[in-house]
Design a protein. Structure first.
Length: 133
C-alpha cells in the first residue's frame, strides 16, 4: 500500500516533515474502503491518527476492531497507548483507568496467544513499572 510507504517515510524523515507524511498516509488509507483493509492496515491507520492527534477517530475505529477481533492483543495495546496519551494531556483519571483496563486485556490476550512480539514485550515491561499485578 502507498500508505505504508508514506508511513515509512515519516519514520525516516526529520520531525518537521513527519506530519506531512502522516497526513499523506492517512489520506491513502482513508481512500480505501474499510472492507479492503486488514487488521494490520487498520491498526496502522489508527496509529497514524494517534500521531496526528485524531484521537476520537482512532478510538472509534479501535473500538470497532475490538468487536471484530476481541482476542487480538494488538488492539488493546494500541488503545492503552491512546488512553495514556490522553491522560498525559488532560490528567483525567478516566483515561488512566481506561489505559489500565486495556493493558490488562492486552496482557491477557497476549499470554493466551503463541505469538512472540518484541514490541509487546516492551509494552508489558513499561506497564510493569506503573501497574501492580
Amino acid at each position: 500500500l502507498l500508505a505504508n510507504a508514506y508511513s515509512l517515510q515519516a519514520a525516516l524523515d526529520a520531525e518537521e516533515q513527519q506530519k506531512l507524511w502522516w497526513e499523506k498516509a492517512l489520506d491513502a488509507y482513508e481512500g480505501i474502503e474499510l472492507v479492503y483493509l486488514g487488521l494490520s492496515d487498520r491498526l496502522n491507520m489508527d496509529q497514524i491518527r494517534i500521531n496526528l492527534g485524531h484521537f476520537d477517530q482512532a478510538e472509534a475505529d479501535l473500538q470497532e476492531l475490538v468487536e471484530l477481533y476481541p482476542e487480538d492483543y494488538r488492539i488493546y495495546k494500541q488503545l492503552s497507548g491512546l488512553y495514556l496519551i490522553r491522560f498525559s494531556q488532560t490528567n483525567k483519571t478516566t483515561y488512566r483507568t481506561q489505559a489500565e483496563e486495556a493493558y490488562y486485556k492486552a496482557r491477557d490476550c497476549y499470554e493466551k496467544s503463541s505469538i512472540v512480539d518484541e514490541s509487546m514485550v516492551k509494552f508489558l515491561s513499561y506497564w510493569q513499572q506503573y501497574v501492580r499485578d
